[in-house]
Design a protein around this ligand. Structure first.
Ligand code: CTP
Ligand code: MG
Length: 201
């Protein structure tokens, strides 16, 4: 004999759980972008404010530049400063009622780790690019999109391990690795179209 009430209940629970899962996926994505903002802006700040003395001072290693003219002290400092400053602003925002409760604040060490790590990761990628015969500005698919993520994670996990594991849950980490290349390609294309960058990557 059918149990219409039980069926309805099952259906209702199912819908609830699907809705619940959908909400938590969106929430995970929002948290991932929020947490990575201090690691995302350094690249853009370096493009806008960089220039001057290269980090490697023009030195070569095995016949190629160590890092190349695309990595400057001013760009690096601007990147770290911009990323850290953004984290401070986001910390001020989390105390406001219009910011959802699930968005976390940044420990000062974490703010520094994310920004500094992003800049370091970008330089690490340039180092690899020069070792593999790629000229300044040459694309290195995959590496260009994720170098700063790896750098930011590596430095933050060392300087603020408790904060890192509390906030970068497995789901958030997956979201970061999936979303960042998409966001990176989009913003670089915009920067290129605006004439801020020489190449669209
Ligand atoms: N930039 C800078 N200092 C940094 C990083 C970037 O001055 N530490 C500036 C440079 O003008 C650089 C531009 O931002 O040309 C774009 O950055 P990026 O694409 O990372 O450098 P590329 O010029 O492509 O050099 P590379 O091949 O080494 O990545
Ligand atoms: Mg480049």
């Amino acid at each position: 004999m059918p149990h219409p009430e039980r069926e309805w209940k099952t259906q209702n629970t199912f819908q609830k759980s699907r809705l619940f899962r959908r909400v938590s996926v969106v929430q995970t994505i929002v948290v991932a972008v929020w947490l990575m903002l201090p690691a995302y802006v350094p690249n853009n700040a370096a493009v806008l404010l960089g220039g001057g003395t290269p980090v490697d001072f023009g030195r070569e290693w095995r016949g190629d530049r160590v890092l190349g003219d695309g990595k400057t002290w001013r760009g690096g400092a601007a990147g770290v400063g911009a990323g850290f400053a953004l984290a401070v602003l986001l910390n001020a925002a989390v105390t406001q009622s219009y910011v959802p409760d699930f968005l976390p604040a940044f420990e000062m060490r974490a703010a520094f780790g994310l920004a500094f790590g992003a800049v370091l990761g970008d330089m690490g990628a340039s180092f690899l690019k020069r070792r593999t015969g790629r000229e300044r500005g040459a694309p290195f698919p995959g590496v260009d999109q994720l170098d700063f993520v790896v750098g930011a994670f590596a430095v933050t996990v060392v300087v603020a391990p408790d904060w890192f594991f509390e906030n970068f849950t497995a789901g958030v980490v997956v979201a970061v690795f999936v979303l960042t290349p998409v966001l990176h390609v989009t913003t670089n294309l915009i920067a290129y179209r605006l004439g801020l960058k020489d190449e669209p990557w």
